[in-house]
Design a protein around this ligand. Structure first.
Ligand code: SF4
Ligand code: SF4
Length: 327
């Protein structure tokens, strides 16, 4: 049963990073997750957020991520069933480490299916596979398709990895049932400290940068809401929308639209900021790894933000008036 709708939100999905615990400790992990992770949201806290989400028109789905949500499987199961009972669609991100044993893998996925989980996303690349053997990942994928659930695979590349070629080959035939997303490794979190600069593929022209926000806000295991679920979100101060212990989910729309920096970014694009920064003598590299990488360059530069504050405020005012006039 889908939930009844009332007023419309720009946010359509909430990604909940339940924990920073993970079976792996990937050298490029944006949130620095590992088996030693100590930050896990409580079930009651997540259920409260899920209940709030179910009452907001426009929010249709919840995605559980981490770390790896299978590290807190009982909580994952309970929160998935709760979200499903409230009419929300449910998806789960995992590295597939639990695919080691066929019987166990089918049992776990069966429980999630019964709880209402519709789709599962896997990560596959040379770094994840240092921790999760291909055979285990394939078994996990097989369990998902055997339960008629949607499956997608995200394959990350570096300048030397050629992962898209190697992984699609290695994951045949299980990958035939999946949607595949391919993106370059981003210099966020661990990657910034541990990966050699030459491994990052800088192909994206900052002059053309836009925000690819498509309505997915996130609740992180640190207890804060973020405007998006980008790998950079915790490193870009304006994207922190406040503690979920204090801020109601229904207030996130207002927090986004009342922030002049975000308001202008969503309407004029990041390229507007890149031009402005250039005019003031700030150097934004001509090519970056993604639009979010550009966002990181612009919005974590406090000196730049301070210098352009008035210009941004005026532009936001102009855009709001224009919007009221129906332009
Ligand atoms: S599997 Fe994902 S969450 Fe876990 S350490 Fe690797 S990148 Fe981080
Ligand atoms: S451009 Fe910035 S706000 Fe937009 S999705 Fe990327 S990190 Fe988030």
């Amino acid at each position: 049963m889908r939930k009844a709708l009332s007023t419309k939100s720009v946010i359509s999905k909430i990604a909940i990073a339940m924990t920073d615990k993970c079976s792996a400790s990937c050298e490029m992990c944006c949130f620095k997750c590992s088996p030693e992770g100590k930050n896990t949201l409580s079930t009651d806290f997540m259920k409260d957020v899920i209940l709030q989400a179910s009452k907001i028109n426009g929010i249709q789905s919840i995605g559980f991520t981490g770390g790896d949500p299978f590290m807190v499987f009982d909580q994952l199961l309970e929160c998935s069933a709760y979200a499903h009972s409230l009419g929300l669609r449910v998806s789960v991100n995992t590295n597939g480490f639990w695919g080691k044993n066929e019987k166990r893998a089918f049992e776990l996925v069966g429980k999630l299916k019964e709880a209402g989980v519709e789709s599962m996303s896997f990560s596959a690349d040379h770094i994840h596979q240092e921790y999760v053997p291909i055979a285990d990942l394939k078994m996990a994928m097989r369990a998902v398709t055997a339960h008629n659930m949607l499956l997608d695979v995200t394959i990350m590349e570096t300048s030397t990895s050629e992962n898209i070629v190697r992984m699609t080959e290695a994951l045949r035939p299980e990958i035939y049932q999946s949607s595949i997303a391919n993106h370059p490794m981003l210099p966020a979190g661990n990657a910034l400290e541990k990966v050699k600069e030459g491994e990052f593929i800088r192909y994206f022209a900052s002059k053309a940068a836009y925000c690819p926000f498509f309505g997915m806000a996130s609740l992180n295991f640190d207890g804060n809401y973020y405007m998006c679920c980008s790998q950079f979100c915790r490193e870009i101060p304006p994207l922190n929308l406040g503690s979920a212990h204090e801020v109601k989910l229904a207030d996130l729309d207002r927090r986004i639209s009342s922030n002049d920096y975000l308001y202008v970014m969503l309407r004029r694009g990041l390229s507007w900021y890149v031009d402005l920064a250039g005019q003031l003598g700030y150097e934004i590299p001509q090519y970056l790894c993604s639009p979010c990488h550009c966002c990181y360059y612009v919005f974590r530069n406090e000196k730049l933000l301070d210098e352009i504050k008035e210009t941004v405020k005026n532009e936001a005012g102009r855009l709001r008036v224009s919007h009221l006039l129906g332009n």
